[in-house]
Write a protein that binds this ligand. Structure first.
Ligand code: PRT
Ligand code: ZN
Length: 283
């Protein structure tokens, strides 16, 4: 069968997690920083290492079959690609930010103002939506310094912690769109058996990331209460301990209500709680 090609970022914020995701899917490959392409030894896949901006276009043109890239970059490129899977990393928000002492108070105040950005397409769509006429100044990097240099009244840029804004005397003003890394594919690829296998593996890795394997000890008399609390998980495994009257309970807990559940389990008599990461969950 013909190999598929997946494009991932060569270096930058998405590189490490993209490589890690593919490795967690059981793919064996050398991550040579100097090469642009590598072949996976145990799967019908080649990996292309590209600048993130090039990935949507490569996938839309069919030069790569798949890609891992931020939604912000996909939208800005306007490339026609299929969203296959949200990946849960590279989370950030494209925001409009203004100098701390700016007179801009609501969106309408942006009328007639200059906004510096590397995302002119997305910003224009946002301004159109709110019927704002502003002057978009496209710059390719270090957007945060534009107001300080007198190049613009505001900026529109990616924010994650907000530290960069703060250190440049800016404050967030409006959210334009949120973004995370996405697995994209070229159109018409969905039936491909290599993709189906890869998607299944990616999803099992993501599912595992949201869950933890928990082992706890409990006195037998408290067991009904503990199993009741674990309602929602397929019946937990219960193993007798050497100490008379005690058992170990093995179960899986989801990340979102993790601490609540641990605390109620403790209150119900759970002791010696051990929490372990799960590598994969195959349904
Ligand atoms: O070289 P190449 O073109 O491939 O990479 P790049 O330099 O264009 O992109 P890169 O590696 O910086 O980011 C890749 C993707 O990561 C982006 O397209 C986003 O989808 C996502 N991402 C997540 C971020 C951030 N968080 C982020 N914080 N991209 C950029 N930033 C920058 C932002 O531009 C600003 O300069 O970080 C700064 C703000 O960070 P905070 O934490 O100070 O708010
Ligand atoms: Zn880039």
């Amino acid at each position: 069968m013909k190999n598929l090609k997946i494009a991932i970022q060569k270096s930058g914020r998405l590189n490490e997690k993209s490589v890690q995701l593919l490795k967690n899917c059981g793919l064996d490959f050398e991550n040579y920083k100097s090469s642009l392409i590598t072949t996976v030894n145990n799967f019908n896949l080649e990996i292309l290492f590209l600048r993130d901006d090039d990935i949507p276009g490569y996938v839309a043109q069919g030069i790569a079959d798949l890609g891992i890239v931020g939604e912000n970059v996909i939208d800005e490129s306007q490339a026609q690609v299929t969203y296959l899977q949200r990946l849960g990393f590279g989370r950030c928000t494209l925001k409009i930010a203004i100098p701390k002492d700016s007179d801009v108070q609501d969106l309408a105040d942006l009328n007639g103002k200059a906004i510096a950005t590397s995302y002119p397409v997305i910003l224009q769509q946002f301004l159109n939506e709110y019927k704002i006429q502003a002057d978009i100044r496209e710059i390719s990097g270090s957007v945060e310094i534009a107001p300080g240099l007198g190049l613009s009244d505001a900026i529109c840029d990616i924010v994650s912690t907000g530290g960069t804004l703060k250190s440049n005397g800016l404050k967030p003003f409006a959210d334009v769109r949120s973004s995370e890394a996405i697995l994209i594919g070229r159109e018409g690829l969905l039936e491909n058996p290599i993709l189906c296998e890869l998607l299944q593996r990616v999803q099992s890795v993501l599912r595992a990331k949201e869950t933890k394997y928990v082992v706890l000890n409990v006195e037998k008399i408290n067991l009904p209460q503990i199993t009741e609390l674990l309602h929602g998980v397929k019946s937990p495994t219960v193993v007798p301990l050497a100490e008379e009257g005690w058992v170990a309970v093995h179960t899986v807990i989801t990340e979102d209500d993790f601490w609540d559940k641990i605390n109620t389990l403790k209150a119900a008599g759970a002791q010696g709680i051990v929490v372990m990461p799960i590598e994969k969950i195959i349904l």
